[in-house]
Ligand binder design. Structure first.
Ligand SMILES: Cc1cc2nc3c(=O)[nH]c(=O)nc-3n(C[C@H](O)[C@H](O)[C@H](O)COP(=O)(O)OP(=O)(O)OC[C@H]3O[C@@H](n4cnc5c(N)ncnc54)[C@H](O)[C@@H]3O)c2cc1C
Ligand SMILES: NC(=O)c1ccc[n+]([C@@H]2O[C@H](COP(=O)([O-])OP(=O)(O)OC[C@H]3O[C@@H](n4cnc5c(N)ncnc54)[C@H](O)[C@@H]3O)[C@@H](O)[C@H]2O)c1
Length: 458
């Protein structure tokens, strides 16, 4: 017998879970949201928001260091305390979710802190500090468990005091030296942040290039920037053994090199434990890392899943987008089905690496008639004016038969903002001929889109 029967149970209250639960409660459903950690999930407490505060601090230092090339003299003394205080006081309220809980409960929903496990279709058993509670969802079970940092099975690593993103955003003091293991978006953002605060940083990536999920031109550009800023880059290699002597980490790489640093940050990807979540009790596979959903986020009869666990890009904007679709479907008024053709992604390095839609290699793999146009930012009017910190490019991937953009990458100062125009074009499948007829303001960064489009026409 369940302890409580409600209309909907949401397990995992990350950005997507919180959004679905709030929408359902606002619509008048009786909803319980379950999370064993903080309501809001990874993004506000350990990911997007605190890291972007770090990026802002690091960016202001970098801009000040550009003053001698542009405007006179400036001396910069980095002080991590300002960033650490901002994260503690403004971003996370010392990792306290009371305000988020109040906000959710003001919609009429109820929050239960505990670890949820699906124990039968429509049934969730929650382990709380005061014992187990069995919940029954009459109408909807929504799963939004998100991800945890994945730690590779490197000999000697377990048990050492290495950081993941969760420790890194809580750092009150910085180490003098750091190895960042894994250079996807998470590792790249942290590596540049800490290096700009004076930490001697080495970035290690097992793939042949940094940010391997991006276009090769973007990887090449950002590698040059990192190297120029004094970050030591090691690609195509990984750690085979880690040792911590109480003060320093030593990493043996499979290239034969040995690295030593005061701290090690492991950013080698994310994992989800579907067996622990009990999805097998819904008839769903537990061995993969993702839950398959249809266009309305349905995973099984009466079950919806949203967020990183669906494997459609691990971004807050995607999780919230899916949440809107799932909530509408639960409420029976959903017309919309998910469309990821123009899903944007921004890695907040400086320059930002922003992309939307298909990469060139993905388009070619699909056998599409592809042509690309690439335009350099430094030689474009705004890039030339900008001078210090002007590294970047705009790449457009086009379908030559349909004359539409399939995807685009922008590496530029505020590249994520520049991407907006191209994201609209990819989303709406605007013809390239139509885009070429646009007037783009002079001298903006986004005007470089015109040069990339001209290349496509040549
Ligand atoms: C360092 C870093 C920086 C990032 N920066 C950005 C960025 O700038 N922009 C962006 O769009 N994305 C960014 N991301 C990705 C972003 O954080 C995630 O995509 C986002 O949090 C959405 O995740 P989600 O909704 O799937 O759930 P999550 O945020 O992962 O939350 C899931 C919640 O479910 C809880 N939970 C899990 N299992 C259970 C269970 N069995 N019972 C109860 N509760 C459970 C977890 O404790 C957690 O609170 C970043 C990620 C990292 C790591
Ligand atoms: N700004 C954003 O929107 C943003 C920021 C951060 C993360 N995210 C999302 O969060 C998700 C997770 O990002 P992430 O960077 O943690 O994971 P990721 O999987 O994208 O990158 C991990 C990197 O580590 C490398 N790696 C794996 N094992 C290794 C090893 N043993 N040694 C060396 N390198 C190793 C991989 O080749 C990969 O490049 C991504 O989907 C990302 O898009 C988004």
């Amino acid at each position: 017998m369940p302890d409580e029967e409600v209309d909907a149970v949401v397990v995992g209250m990350g950005p997507g879970g919180e959004d679905v639960a709030g929408r359902l409660a606002t619509a008048g459903l009786n909803v319980i949201g379950v999370d064993n950690r903080l309501l809001g999930g990874e993004c506000p407490y350990y990911a997007c928001i605190p890291t972007k505060m770090m990026v802002r601090g690091a960016g202001s230092l970098a801009e000040a260091r550009r003053v001698p090339r542009l405007a006179g003299d400036a001396r910069v003394s980095p002080d991590w305390t300002r960033v650490a205080d901002r994260i503690r006081d403004e971003a996370t309220t010392d990792w306290d979710d009371s305000t988020a809980v109040e906000r959710f409960e003001s919609t009429g929903g109820r929050f239960l802190r505990g670890l949820g496990r699906v124990t039968a279709p429509g049934e969730v058993t929650v382990s709380t500090s005061s014992g187990e509670q069995v919940l029954r969802a009459r109408r909807a079970l929504v799963l939004n468990p998100g991800t945890e940092p994945a730690v590779p099975p490197v000999e000697g690593l377990a048990g050492t005091p290495f950081w993941t993103n969760r420790e890194a955003v809580r750092a009150r003091e910085l180490p003098s030296s750091l190895v960042v293991l894994g250079c996807g978006p998470v590792g790249m953002e942290f590596a540049q942040i800490f290096a700009r605060f004076g930490v001697t940083t080495t970035a290690v990536e097992s793939s042949p290039r940094l940010l391997p999920g991006s276009e090769p031109e973007a990887s090449a550009c950002i590698t040059e920037v990192f190297t120029g800023e004094g970050i030591t880059v090691r690609t195509g290699t990984s750690a085979t053994r880690v040792h911590h002597d109480g003060k320093h980490f030593t990493l043996e790489l499979d290239s034969g090199e040995t690295l030593t640093a005061e701290q090690l940050l492991v950013t080698t990807g994310r994992r989800t434990d579907l067996a622990a979540l009990g999805v097998g009790n819904l008839g769903l596979p537990e061995d993969g890392g993702t839950i398959d959903v249809d266009g309305r986020m349905r995973a099984a009869e009466g079950v919806w899943a949203v967020g990183d666990v669906t494997g459609h890009g691990a971004f807050t904007h995607t999780s919230i987008y899916q949440a809107r679709i799932a909530a509408a479907d639960v409420l029976g008024n959903g017309e919309e089905t998910a469309d990821y053709r123009a899903e944007p992604a921004v890695t907040f390095t400086d320059p930002e690496v922003a992309s939307v839609g298909m990469s060139e290699s993905r388009a070619r793999e699909q056998g599409l008639p592809v042509r690309t146009g690439v335009a350099a930012i430094p030689s474009a009017p705004r890039g030339w004016i900008h001078k210090a910190g002007n590294e970047g490019l705009i790449k457009v991937v086009a379908d030559t038969e349909r004359d539409i953009p399939l995807g685009a990458t922008v590496v530029a100062p505020l590249g994520g903002e520049v991407l907006g125009a191209l994201a609209v074009a990819v989303h709406t499948q605007t013809h390239l001929a139509q885009l070429r007829r646009m007037i783009l303001a002079y001298p903006t960064f986004h005007r470089t889109i015109e040069t990339a489009l001209d290349q496509l026409a040549e």
